[in-house]
Design a protein around this ligand. Sequence first.
Ligand SMILES: [Zn+2]
Length: 896
Amino acid sequence: MDPYRLPHSVLPVRYGLRLEPDLARATFTGEVRIAVEVREPVSEIVLNAAELRISEASIQNAKGVSHPANVELEVSTERARLRFPGSLAPGTWELRVAFTGILNDKLRGFYRSTYKDARGVTQTLAATQFEATDARRAFPCWDEPIFKAVFSTTLAIDPALTAVSNTAVLSEEIRDGRKLIRFADTIRMSTYLVAFVVGNLEATDPVMVGRTPLRVWSVPGKRHLAAFAQQAAAFSLRFFEQYYGLPYPGDKLDLLAIPDFASGAMENLGAITFRENALLVDEKAATHGELERVADVVAHENAHMWFGDLVTMSWWNGLWLNEAFATFMEMLAVDAWKPEWQRWITFGVSRAAALAVDGLHSTRPIEYPVRAPRDADAMFDVLTYEKGASVLRMLEQHLGPEVFRDGVRQYLRRHAHGNADTGDLWTALGQAAKQSVPALMDGWIFHPGYPLITARLDRNRLVLRQERFTSLKEPPGGAATDGPARTSEATPPLRQWRMPVQLRIVAKGKPVTRRLLFTDAEQTITVPKGFEHVVVNAGGHGFYRVRYEPALRERLLRLIPDGLPAIERFNLLNDAWATTVAGLMRLPEYLDLTARFRSDPDRNVWSVLFDSFQALNRIIDPAGRPGLEALVRDRLSAAVSRLGWTPRPDESELTRQLRGDLLRAFGTTGNDPRTQARAAELYANSVKSPSRGTDGREANQREANMIDPNVVSAVIAILAHAGDRVRYTEFLERFRSAPTPQEERRYLYALAGFQDGALVEETLSRTINGEIRTQDSPFVVAALLTSVHGREQAWNFVKTHWDTLDRLFPKNGVRRMLHGIAGLATPELEQDVKQFIAMRKIHLGGKTLEQYLEQLHIAVAFRTREGPALRAYLKRAGAPAGRRLKNKQGVRHEER
Ligand SMILES: [Zn+2]
C-alpha cells in the first residue's frame, strides 16, 4: 500500500471548520466537524495531519451513537490514524476533531506574513497556501485532490482585523471578545483550494462582472495600486465565462496581495492570493514587462476557477491539466485584452524555455508519476506549465480554435464539480474534433522530449527528417540521481513523433501553406517550380526545433527582418542557438548569424541574442571578456542609436520595452561606458526632481524629468553593474523605501548586480539576515550564482550556509536557488557542485536536481568545445572595436 495515499473506505462530504488564529503568539486553535460517508465497516479512519496537535477526536452518527477515537500521528507520512473501540457501520457519520497548530514562517499551510505599516511598525497577518499538500498543516483533512467536499468555514479573530475566505460572508458578530465571521458554503472542491487570510486588510470597491463582485485586497496604504489588476481581472473573468460557456463557479471573487508569498499566485476559489508584485502595480511607473506579468498572472488564476477548481485533476501526476491549461488560457485572455501586446509572439520565449529543459536527457514526460509530497511540489515546473501550454497551442491550431473550444466546453460540463484525467480531456476533444486525439497527443504528454526536424533540399524535393533533439549526445555520466529509481522510466523517449507540421513554401513570389501530419522518420515533399524558400513550423506554434541546411537557411536570412514574421525570426535564431549549444552548428557560424539581426525590431528576437551573449559571458575567460563586450556593442549599437533614450509619442509599448532591454544589455553585457555615464546623468536628474510636487510648477518639472519606466529599469541595472559602494548604499535605501512592489524588485535585483566582492558578500548576507524576504532570497542567490562576478562567492556562501538556507527558505526556495548552479560553468566548479550535492544528500523531488546538473554539464561541455573558437573569433572580429575599450570602465573591468 502506498503510504502517501489515503484509503477510500471513508469519504469526507462536508467540513464545518472553525479556526481561531492568535497572530501575536503565532498559533491557532481549531475544531473541524466532518460529515463523512463510511462505505464499509471500519474500525479506524486515516486522514492527513501535519504539525498539528490533536487534543480530542470522536465520531457520532445520526442516532447519537458516539465513539471516542484514539489518535496516532504518523510524522513521516503526515497522517493521523483515528482508532475506534468498535467497528463503524456503513452510513453517514460526523467526525469531530479539536486541534492546535502553529502559524509558521515557511509560507505554507496557515502561516504568518509581516510588513511595516505607514509608521514603520511591523504588523502581522495570517494567510494560507495549501497547494500541493499543506492544507493538512491547518486542519486534519483528506488532503488529496480527489476527495472533494463542501467547506463551511468560521473564523474567530481579533475584532480589529478583517478576514477573507473562499466565499461571501454570511454573518459577523462579536462574541466573547472575538469577531466571529461565518462564510457561505463552498462548492464541492479539493482541500488545496481552501483559503483564509486574516489581518488589517483594505479592499477596492467591487466591480460587478455579471453577478460576481470582484475586489482587490492589500495591506493598508496600497489600494491605489490595485486598479490595473482589477481591470485585468474583470476582463478575463468575462472572457472565460464566454469561452468556457459556463458561469464563474463562485459567489464572489477576491484577489489578495500577500506581503510574503512563496509562489506567484494561488487559485483558491473566490480568494486568489498573490505575491504583491504580481497584483499591485502603478500603471504609469511600470515597465511593459511588469504590467504584462500582472495581467498574465491575474488571467492565469482566473482561468483556474474552471480549470482546476471546478474540474480538478484526480492526482498530481495530472497537474498539467490544471497548469498547462491555465497558462494557455492566460495567453488567450491577455491576447484578447491587449492585442497590441502580441502575447502569442512573446509566448515564444516561454516555449523556448520549455524546449531547453525538454532537450535534456533528464527531462520527464508532462504527465509523470508522483508519490511523495516532494514529488508533487517538483511538478510545478516549466514542463508542466510551458511545455504543456505549448502542446495545447499546437493542438488548438491543428484542430482549429472553435473545435478546440467546443471540446474544452464539453470536458468542463461533463466533469464539473468532479475530477478528471488526461483521457477524459482527449475524449471530449476527440468528440468535438471527430478524430482520435490520443494517437496524436500521447507522444507529447506521456513521453519525454521532442523532435528536431532537419530540412534539406534535394533538387526539387524538400526532405524533412525527424529525430529526438538533445543538447548532449549522451546522458552526462556520473550525475547524481535525484531520489530512488523511478518506475516512470517505463515511458522511454520516442524516436518518432506524430507531429502536426505547417510549412510555408514560397515559389515565384507566391506563398502556399501546407499542413501535414509528420509521422515517419523522413518525409519528402515536391516543391513547385520557381521555389524560393520554405519555412518549417510556419506560424511558430509547433513544439519542435528546425535545423535548415545552410543553403535553405541563407534563403530565410535574406528575408529578415521584414520578410519573415517575428515569431518565425525568433524560432530561426533560437533554434540556431540551441543547435550551436548542442554541437550541431559551430559557434563562429552562430556568431556570424547574430550580425544579421542588427536591425530587428522585435524584443523577443533580441532576447535570444541577449541570452546567448550572457551564456558566452559565463564560459569565456576573464581575459577574453573585453572582446566579448566589444562584440555585444557591435551587434547592438545600430539598434541602440536608432531608438535612443526617449520614446516617440506614437511608439508602441513593445518598442518602449525593446529600448529598455537594449540599453540594459548595452550598458551591462556590453559594458559601454558612454551608456553608463548617460544612465548616471539621467538617474541624478530623476532623483533631484521632487517626488511629491505640491504646486503646479513642480509637477510640470517632474513630468519633464520623467523617464520612460522601461528606461528607468534599465538605468538601475546599468548603474549597479558599474556601481561602487556609494551607489550600493543609495540603492539599498531605495529598495527599503520603494513605493511599489515593482520598484522594490528592481532595486533588489540591482543589489545582485554590483560587481565588487565586498558588496556581493553584503548582498548574500542580506538573504539570510531578515532584510530580504525569504520569498525573494532564493532568486537573489540564484541571480548571483549565474552572474560572472558573483558566482564563486555565491557558491561558497551556499555551501557555508546550507543548513540556514534550508531552514529559512520556503519549501520551493532551495529548488529555486539551486536553479542558479547551471551558471557555475567551469569544470572545477562543476566537480565541486557534484561533490557537495552528494555529500549533503540533497533531493529536490522529481528530476529537478538531475536537470540542473545536466544544464551545468552542458555549459561546461560547451566551454570545452567552443572556448578556443570563441577566443579566436573575438580576436579576429574585435581588433578595431577593442580600441574603444581604452577607457576607465573597460580597463577596470578587464583587470578583474
Ligand atoms: Zn496555475
